[in-house]
Design a protein around this ligand. Structure first.
Ligand SMILES: Cc1cc2nc3c(=O)[nH]c(=O)nc-3n(C[C@H](O)[C@H](O)[C@H](O)COP(=O)(O)OP(=O)(O)OC[C@H]3O[C@@H](n4cnc5c(N)ncnc54)[C@H](O)[C@@H]3O)c2cc1C
Length: 553
């Protein structure tokens, strides 16, 4: 992680309004200025990323000053790490994994400096369905799942989210569960039932090839016209079309879109919204698969995958230029540790980086591919880890793993000590705030201009409404600003064509991974995209072990 230089351009009220919205910002500004909290402002190495354009192959002359590689993987987020895991498990060892950051994991990175490890991004993965054999294999290695003698998949108790799983702060009191039932009208309840019936209908759907409407990974889902048509609608207009107007139901569905996609109902594809509710339900009327989690969130999976890559994981290495030639691929790599630019040669490269980075690496892309890449949009998030000496006051239903505030633009917080069975004493809360429904470029710029104290100001104003004594309990607040946090499944993106074209290889030598190729920022998708790219690279090398790889669906 990188400590980021602070700058101040927005007034306090403007900054609070950016993070919390105008009404909450006005309320916070009426109170006294909060105290100063110790802590750091962290973030992806954007300063290094901005140097991408400067460091080109031309500066290196011909040839390579490093031993040649079979496959170079660029990006050690879950997709790049999964590509490396696939190569390793198939017996192909001639690869290296480059990441510009000093730690692996990308948006699934995690911290260790506190009473318990804690996530900086992704915090859970649902137990996969039986057809996701590759992810089940990984989770078995991690010890999170096993199979009984008759083949039944069983999740390890320590990885399953422990009860109580979630609670909601509404009208001054915490309540069990996420749907705002307290004070709900008969109309709210009947609209919830109507929504659930619609979800059950889509869970039961099978197309002419027997495929489900929604599956995880989404590559296994149906592309029948009646399913893909949902992508042309926003979640809001889908709800309108089904006469579902209950504010509580819309909050509940909107919460799901903010949580998984960082988008509001107006900007989420109805296909993506339904995928969230249907993709992990085995049969109509059934429950969604349970969640697997660890104190450090999906950082636990990152740690395992990084261990498999071992010495072939090279950190602080920013790839700045990738060129295809008759012998394969040449890469320019800036070593952030020694501040040197080096040339590498590889037979193939897997780009497991988000698509906004790709044109900066592959500088001679044709206009059609550039047009396709410009269809990928990314939302911004603010994530904070609050290190607390003790638990502040909480009224109503007791602390849960996931703690959500009804009347807030944030998603609330996840308690990192919950899975560690430590319900008393010091803890760490991971606070999540997606910046939704606004001009994403402008928000990114404004987010970059925020300082540490303004971010803390907003977080405490938000959570302090639900916890008397919070300020006194805080030991430190670390804040991470994610400018390009997640790909946005906006209406028309998932099935509009650009996403699928962008997954095709460039000149048979460059292969693309990254979860954004699925249009959904999920561990399962990152894993699947990494495997798909690794398999394709191996096949292009006519490597004998490639026959062992599953053919992509
Ligand atoms: C706040 C937040 C919460 C989330 N919560 C969840 C969750 O609970 N569950 C879930 O499944 N998913 C969650 N996600 C989604 C998460 O993004 C994915 O699960 C997963 O981390 C995506 O992996 P990836 O490899 O596709 O991409 P990334 O994580 O984006 O990794 C890309 C990597 O490429 C590297 N890179 C970029 N450019 C270069 C370059 N030029 N040279 C070298 N390296 C480069 C980056 O440093 C990074 O490590 C969350 C995301 C965020 C931001």
């Amino acid at each position: 992680m990188t400590r980021v230089r602070e700058s101040h351009t927005l007034s306090r009220r403007e900054a609070l309004a950016l993070l919390l919205g105008a009404p909450l910002a006005a309320e916070a500004c009426r109170g006294p200025r909060p105290r100063h909290y110790p802590g750091h402002l962290l973030g992806a190495s954007s300063a290094l990323g901005h140097r991408l354009r400067d460091a080109s192959i031309e500066q290196l002359g011909a040839g390579s000053d490093q031993p040649p590689l079979g496959i170079a993987i660029v990006g050690a987020g879950p997709s790049g790490l999964s590509a490396a895991w696939r190569l390793e498990r198939l017996g192909y060892r001639d690869f290296a994994l480059f990441d510009l950051e000093p730690q692996p994991g990308g948006t699934s990175a995690y911290g260790t400096d506190g009473v318990v490890p804690h996530p900086w991004g992704a915090h859970y993965v649902p137990l996969p369905n039986a057809d996701n054999s590759a992810l089940l294999e990984l989770l078995t290695e991690v010890g999170a799942v096993s199979r009984t003698l008759d083949g039944t998949i069983v999740a390890d108790e320590r990885a399953l989210v422990r009860a109580p799983e979630e609670r909601l702060f509404l009208d001054g009191v915490w309540h069990e569960g996420l749907f705002p039932r307290a004070g709900a009208s008969a109309r709210d309840a009947s609209e919830l039932r109507a929504f659930e019936a619609e979800v059950a209908r889509w869970v039961g759907f099978r197309d002419a090839h027997g495929r489900r409407a929604f599956a995880v990974p989404m590559r296994l889902a149906s592309d029948a016209a009646e399913v893909t048509a949902l992508d042309r609608l926003s979640a809001a207009s889908w709800l309108d079309g089904h006469d579902l107007h209950s504010p509580r139901l819309r909050w509940y569905v909107g919460y799901a879109c903010r949580d998984d996609y960082g988008l509001d109902l107006e900007h989420t594809s109805a296909w993506a919204m339904l995928s969230y509710f249907c993709g992990r339900v085995a049969s109509p009327g059934g429950r969604s698969q349970p969640f697997l989690t660890w104190p450090e969130g999906n950082g636990r999976l990152v740690r395992h995958l990084a261990g498999v890559a071992g010495e072939r994981l090279w950190l602080g290495q920013m790839v700045s230029d990738v060129r295809v030639d008759a012998e394969g691929v040449r890469l320019a790599v800036f070593d952030a540790n020694s501040k040197q630019l080096r040339a590498y040669r590889a037979r193939r490269v897997i780009l497991a980086v988000p698509k906004f980075v790709v044109p900066r690496l592959l500088r001679s892309l044709g206009p059609e591919r550039q047009q396709d890449l410009s269809e990928f949009h990314y939302g911004s998030w603010l994530v904070a880890n609050l290190h607390l000496r003790a638990r502040p006051t909480s009224v109503g239903f007791p602390f849960a793993w996931d703690n959500v505030l009804y009347d807030s633009p944030s998603l609330g917080y996840v308690v990192a000590t919950h899975q560690a069975l430590a319900d008393l004493g010091p803890t760490i809360w991971t606070y999540y705030l997606p910046l939704v429904g606004k001009d994403q470029k402008l928000v990114r710029r404004e987010l970059e201009s925020l300082d540490h104290s303004t971010c803390c100001d907003a977080i405490v104003a938000d959570l302090g409404r639900a916890h008397r004594g919070l300020e006194a309990a805080i030991e430190r607040i670390d804040v991470w600003r994610w400018g390009h946090a997640m790909v946005s499944p906006r209406p028309g993106f998932i099935w509009g064509g650009a996403r699928e074209r962008a997954a095709q290889s460039e000149q048979g030598a460059v292969f693309f991974a990254h979860s954004d190729l699925s249009g959904l920022a999920l561990f399962e998708e990152a894993h699947d995209q990494g495997l798909r790219a690794a398999d394709a690279a191996l096949r292009s090398l006519s490597w004998p072990g490639a026959a062992l790889a599953h053919a992509p669906g």
